[in-house]
Design a protein around this ligand. Structure first.
Ligand code: ATP
Length: 323
């Protein structure tokens, strides 16, 4: 292997830049030429390759987002799109690709691998929905960001004796919501993995109100059947059942931005380095991520297409702690 490329794809995640930096510098140290691909798979199909040097990744380790840009690319879902991507890489003499991204991006990467192109992945998404790994790149920062917002919301909720519906990201995975609720001391958590009846949520809020709580926080995952807006709408005509006056905050993209935590910088750095080694050592079609207290590689075939389960113990713990 002489020349590799690296791209970031799907939703950006804090720590992606640390991973890019690591891929570039470790790749060069391994005697490879490294190219960056702009705008994910869209850039791959369009041949947007930029030669990277040790200097071109200087000063980025602490930056949120991704200096290469990211995109969602419908064309890459087609076989023709993926063939074009491989042709572009072959035309540029690229013989290995590192894909930094989440479940969708790694599905695309696996399909390239099945077409015979050498790939390696870095498990990266704030949703933490990748099967097989304990933590993906960006989750730690997103969780800390959500918590900081929750703490701020709690102080205003308490002053006004209000209940707040706080919606966090995570797509179909309730991990971020559950951990935000646990670490933030929320009264109720609503996740997609459990079909929650909004009237049951209303009852829990009412009970909290009657117990004399000065506020109540409901953390709602964006992918839940009743997201924050749907829940607020449901409660609009039922204020008496809830007890508290109700407000809603959707945290949205603030959770994706910002300076990566020490954990995400280190995870990006170590997983990026491992991805390069996987390519160099011929362990193609693997993905690096955080598992059982260290960075490990798993075959993409084992990771892609499966749903990451939510720890049921932690759900019951959140309920017990919300007294
Ligand atoms: P995140 O969940 O953090 O947003 P992700 O990588 O899961 O990250 P997606 O939007 O699901 O984000 O996927 C990113 C890109 O990966 C898509 O725009 C598409 O180009 C490619 N992709 C996704 N699913 C597939 C698929 N089934 N086959 C081929 N390519 C895919």
């Amino acid at each position: 292997m002489k020349r590799i490329a690296v791209l970031t794809s799907g939703g950006d995640a804090p720590g992606m830049n640390a991973a890019i930096r690591s891929v570039v510098r470790v790749g060069i140290a391994e005697g490879l030429e490294v190219y960056g691909v702009e705008q994910g798979y869209a850039g791959l199909i369009a041949g947007r390759f930029v030669p990277m040097t040790v200097r071109s990744v200087g000063g980025i380790i602490g930056l949120g987002g991704t200096v290469l840009g990211s995109a969602r690319c419908p064309e890459f879902r087609t076989e023709e799109g993926r063939r074009k991507a491989i042709e572009q890489m072959q035309a540029h003499g690229i013989d290995g690709l590192v894909v930094i991204g989440g479940g969708g991006s790694q599905t695309g990467s696996l399909l390239l691998h099945r077409m015979g192109f050498p790939v390696a992945g870095v498990a990266s998404t704030i949703d933490n929905d990748l099967y097989g790994f304990d933590l993906t790149l960006g989750v730690d920062t997103a969780l800390n960001t959500a918590l900081e917002s929750l703490d701020r919301i709690r102080s205003t909720a308490s002053s006004h004796h209000r209940a707040f519906l706080v919606e966090v990201m995570g797509r179909d995975c309730g991990y971020l919501a559950l951990m935000t609720a646990l670490a933030g001391g929320a009264e109720v958590v609503v996740v997609p993995e459990v079909d929650v009846d909004p009237d049951a949520v209303a009852r829990e809020l009412r009970e909290a109100y009657e117990r004399g709580k000065s506020h109540a926080i409901v953390v709602v995952a964006e992918g839940a059947r009743y997201n924050a807006a749907a829940m607020a709408e449901h409660f609009r005509e039922r204020r008496d059942e809830v007890g508290f006056e109700l407000r809603m905050t959707v945290l949205g993209h603030v959770q994706r931005g910002g300076t990566p935590t020490a954990f995400d910088r280190l995870l990006g750095t170590r997983a990026g380095a491992m991805a390069v080694k996987l390519l160099v050592e011929g362990r193609h079609g693997h993905i690096a991520g955080w598992l059982e207290g260290k960075v490990q590689a798993l075959p993409l075939e084992e990771v892609v297409g499966k749903k990451r389960p939510l720890e049921p113990d932690l759900l019951s713990l959140a309920e017990v702690l919300a007294q």
